[in-house]
Design a protein around this ligand. Structure first.
Ligand SMILES: Cc1ncc(COP(=O)(O)OP(=O)(O)O)c(N)n1
Ligand code: 3NM
Ligand code: MG
Length: 214
């Protein structure tokens, strides 16, 4: 088992007022490996403005800034990488466009999609949804076993996503997920995003310590 696991934060689908301030508070509260800007209903201009405002906040804290859905814009704007789903264009072309920037690919619960993503040069493969989520309508589910299998066979890191909280994340860490991607567990935390980041990091550390003992 691999106890090394870090938090991967995704923005809310619609940014609330004063989001930049909230983001800084969240990123200052504990370890966050990556931030993905995921604005599903924004215009291209709104996405560009959000990148200009939020990317410096992440990069100043050594948090990789990834853009959802659009590898060309990610490369053009100097983002650290892009996350692409199975319907977000040609992954091979995106790999070439992004050069040494990060490319993450959604693989749902599929071993086949994950192996193909690895061949296409993905820097990480994302599996999900592991739990019910209110953030997005998901039609595909993933089982814990895919994380175990992937971490035993391949070097490419895995990301787990979908309904992950501090209360339910331990089995994912113990199954070998390298990153846990969350929206609601941080932005909808009852005590605020900083408390959400702290709770996730505490839960990841506790699960990692248990995995290391096994
Ligand atoms: C880390 C991570 N994993 C999976 C997804 C989902 O991507 P996709 O299937 O393209 O769906 P949308 O996010 O575009 O709705 C993700 N964004 N990030
Ligand atoms: C953006 C996204 N993609 C998923 C997938 O299964 O591919 S689940 C999901 C939503 C993640 O938000 P939360 O942490 O609030 O459940
Ligand atoms: Mg997508």
């Amino acid at each position: 088992m691999d106890p090394d696991c870090r938090l991967y934060l995704i923005t809310p689908p619609v940014l609330p007022p004063r989001f930049a301030w909230q983001l800084a508070q969240a990123l200052d509260a504990g370890d966050v490996a990556s931030l993905q800007l995921r604005l599903k209903d924004a215009t291209p201009d709104e996405v560009r403005r959000a990148i200009e405002e939020l990317m410096p906040i992440a990069q100043a804290r050594d948090v990789a800034f990834l853009l959802n859905d659009d590898a060309a814009l990610a490369a053009e704007m100097g983002c650290d990488g892009a996350h692409l789903g199975q319907s977000d264009g040609d992954h091979v072309a995106a790999r070439a466009l992004l050069k040494d920037r990060i490319l993450g690919i959604t693989c749902h619960g599929s071993r086949h999609l994950a192996m193909r993503a690895g061949e296409q040069g993905a820097d990480y493969v994302a599996f999900g949804a592991f739990f019910p989520t209110a953030t997005k309508e998901v039609s595909e589910a993933a089982e814990m076993e895919v994380l175990e299998w992937w971490s035993e066979v391949f070097e490419v890191p895995s990301v787990a996503i979908g309904g992950i909280t501090a209360a339910n994340c331990a089995p994912l860490v113990q199954a070998g997920a390298n990153f846990l991607a969350v929206v609601g567990a941080v932005w909808n935390h009852p005590e605020g995003p900083a408390a959400g980041v702290k709770a996730m990091n505490q839960a990841i550390a506790a699960a990692g310590a248990m995995a290391a003992e096994d």
